[in-house]
Ligand binder design. Structure first.
Ligand code: AMP
Length: 397
């Protein structure tokens, strides 16, 4: 069964095609359309047969998918003989009111996502717009949404509920839903394969443009740092992370901002960007090295927020087998990994600085005598979405 996994941005469409009929689950091809709607969109494609790049106008996401199917069936570089070979398009969907897990995309699901547009303003609106267009243009193609919240359905109520009146939780869905579910699920499954111990307890540190930690016990999420929205928990490249809502009235009164304007600042101009004016960690590290004290503060605050949840999850799990770093920062910044693990010998966490600073790809970076193993594991959210779409279609979910 061949599954196309789509990653949608407001003006971009990226995809990977997997063959899940093959036990090795190979990625057959990948491609991207950037600057959708501009006079020239950037189109790229690669498969085992070669690569192609082009600049052509691509009006909307429907047109981008049509182009993708054309590339996949191209007589020279294509990997399938007809679009009917694609069993489904899987989406890493973020949040919907009253719906989680893995579902076929239909009107009810799209309306439920729209109901949470203001909870996930950066994610839901472009996804809903594009999914609606694709459902319209390709009515014969099954569309499957794998929600980021799904992996966290196992979090017990003591870690899932906010201390608000019960009806906020039961009637309005005000819960710690958690996100990055595909990534944390990948880490849960991969660490179970690699460490191969019963009842494995791991802390998955997904550190990227947005970041979250997840405590995983025997393959199941038992706590995670993001809550009702992906704006919460650790802070992010430009999003605030945990914040006291009672600070808002003071800011609104003093600045004359509306609630919407203040929420926009919290969702797009805060995090690393708010603290030091740079939202890519590489730029923050560079600025800190050049003596920028705000950049240095941003690094220290980011690490403190990670260690805050790390400490909580070491206690939550009791006896942790491994800490796993993943995503753009987790996989690529030895400095952040070293700062996170600094002076944690009392907790049985000993990083090997040479292993931390050298090597690439999946690897152990703790010392031989570290009780808790520390690993870098490149995440693969797309293969999780592809497997979930397959399982839904074949009725094995
Ligand atoms: P992601 O959201 O997982 O794609 O991660 C993207 C983020 O990873 C970027 O915004 C950077 O902040 C960070 N990143 C990528 N490469 C590096 C690197 N070599 N060193 C430090 N941070 C990096």
């Amino acid at each position: 069964m061949k599954i196309l996994v789509a990653n949608l941005g407001s003006t971009s469409f990226k995809y990977r095609l997997y063959d899940l009929g093959d036990p090795h689950e190979p990625m057959l091809a990948r491609g991207a359309v950037d600057r959708i709607g501009a006079s020239k969109s950037k189109v790229s494609y690669s498969s085992g047969k070669g690569k192609a790049e082009d600049e052509v106008p691509v009006a909307d996401h429907g047109e981008a998918v049509r182009l993708c199917l054309q590339q996949l069936t191209d007589p020279t570089l294509g990997v399938i003989s007809s679009a009917e070979e694609v069993a489904a398009i899987g989406f890493k969907a973020v949040h919907a009111k009253g719906i989680s897990g893995v579902r076929r995309v239909d009107d009810r699901l799209l309306s439920a996502m729209e109901e949470f547009n203001d909870v996930t303003p950066a994610h839901n609106p472009p996804y809903v717009r594009a999914m609606r267009m694709l459902a319209d243009r390709f009515p014969e193609m099954p569309l499957v949404a794998a929600f980021e919240t799904g992996f966290h359905a196992t979090i017990p109520d003591r870690n899932r509920r906010y201390a608000v009146p019960n009806d906020w939780a039961t009637d309005h869905g005000v819960l710690r839903w958690g996100f990055h579910g595909a990534s944390h699920r990948y880490i849960a499954e991969r660490s179970a394969q690699v460490l191969n111990r019963p009842g494995l307890r791991v802390i998955s540190c997904h550190l990227g443009g947005s970041s979250s930690l997840c405590a995983i016990k025997d393959g199941k999420s038992v706590a995670t740092s993001m809550g009702m929205s992906p704006q919460s928990g650790l802070f992010h490249n430009n999003r605030v992370g945990d914040f006291d809502p009672f600070a808002l009235p003071a800011v609104l009164r003093a600045t004359g901002m509306s609630l919407e304007q203040a929420l926009d600042v919290l969702a797009t101009k805060s995090g690393l960007l708010g603290i030091c004016g740079k939202n890519d960690l590489r730029d923050v590290e560079q600025a800190a090295d050049a003596g920028d004290s705000n950049a240095q503060l941003a690094l220290e605050m980011f690490v403190s927020s990670i260690r805050h949840y790390l400490g909580a999850y070491l206690v939550e799990l009791g006896d942790t087998d491994a800490i796993i770093f993943t995503a753009g920062i987790g996989e690529n910044s030895p400095r952040i990994r070293a700062m996170v693990c600094q002076d944690l010998g009392a907790f049985g966490i000993l990083l090997n600085s040479e292993l931390n600073e050298t090597g690439s790809g999946e690897r152990k970076i703790s010392s031989a005598d570290s009780k808790v193993e520390v690993w870098v594991m490149p995440t693969n959210e797309e293969i999780i979405v592809a497997r979930q779409a397959r399982d839904l279609l074949s009725g094995t979910l």
